[in-house]
Design a protein around this ligand. Structure first.
Ligand code: CA
Length: 277
């Protein structure tokens, strides 16, 4: 399923499926087949493949992971720069010129969350995918709230990382499209018409903005705080349930008998429109 593109001087397929951080007792961690979340389609099919030779910054202090991930991403056609400590990583990230950043959280010099904060202030449109060894749900939420668009828990498969990076690059690329599609939902951003399965759906302004936000983050888990900040855009009582209430409205309007709206609750985190990866 994977296509190796780009000349890396390696033989095709070589070393791609190795796990330098392979853990004892994790013997079944063969390369998993992961399916890339189907990105929302764009209205203009002529747009270039956004993945192309995208530039990816990898900030990670474990040499084995750096080597493995860098070679793997390059084999997929990405141009990769890497930094092995937080200070150099932050310097490169703020220098700019990257289409995506893959960021470890536990770093010497400067923590991943600190770097995430400064990237968000300076280059808010660059997607950041967080790598974390800590699987606890509250760490995931902390990363998402700090502005990460996605996270992977170590150990992860290279195929999964590549799929996530591609998905994020597509999200960025389609941010300028005038029509958003996902599942069988279609939104025209100019006329503000919404259809599901070809049938018109009437939404309020807030419901519309919420749906657009979820479509732009198709396949990703978004936290209530992220939704609140982007759709409502002002300070709210953190205890407010307005997001849940409006997700309920959207589900009711988009759902059909026997065919609920494809908006899923991710327990303790938030919501996701469309299938998970
Ligand atoms: Ca680390």
């Amino acid at each position: 399923m994977r296509k190796l593109i780009g000349n890396t001087g390696r033989k095709r397929g070589e070393a791609i499926e190795a796990y330098p951080w392979h853990m004892p007792g994790n013997a079944d961690s063969e390369l998993e087949q992961v399916t890339t979340p189907s990105a929302p389609l764009e209205s203009d099919g002529a747009r270039e493949d956004p993945v192309g030779s995208a530039r990816v910054l990898l900030i990670e202090d474990e040499p084995g992971i750096v080597d493995f991930v860098q070679r793997g991403l390059e084999a997929e056609g990405f141009v990769v720069a890497s930094a092995v400590d937080g200070i150099e990583g932050e310097r490169l990230a703020l220098k700019g010129g990257f289409d995506a950043i893959v960021l470890d959280l536990m770093l010497p010099g400067r923590s991943g969350l600190e770097i995430l904060g400064s990237v968000r202030r300076n280059t808010p449109s660059v997607p950041v995918i967080v790598l974390t060894a800590r699987a606890e749900i509250e760490d995931r939420v902390a990363g998402l709230d700090a502005g990460a668009v996605d996270y992977l828990v170590k150990p992860f498969s290279l195929a999964e990382l590549v799929a996530r990076v591609r998905a994020q690059l597509r999200v960025v690329a389609q941010a300028s499209a005038s029509t958003l599609h996902s599942e069988d939902i279609e939104v025209d951003l100019l006329t503000r018409r919404v259809r599901r399965g070809g049938q018109a759906v009437a939404l309020s302004t807030t419901e519309f903005e919420l749906l657009v936000y979820l479509l732009r983050h198709h396949g990703q888990v978004v936290s209530r705080e992220q939704i609140l900040g982007s759709v409502w855009g002002y300070e709210h009582d953190p205890a407010t349930n307005v997001v849940d209430v409006y997700v309920g409205y959207l589900r009711r309007k988009l759902g059909r008998p026997g065919d609920p709206a494809p908006i899923f609750t991710v327990r303790a985190v938030g919501y996701r429109l469309g299938s998970a990866n």
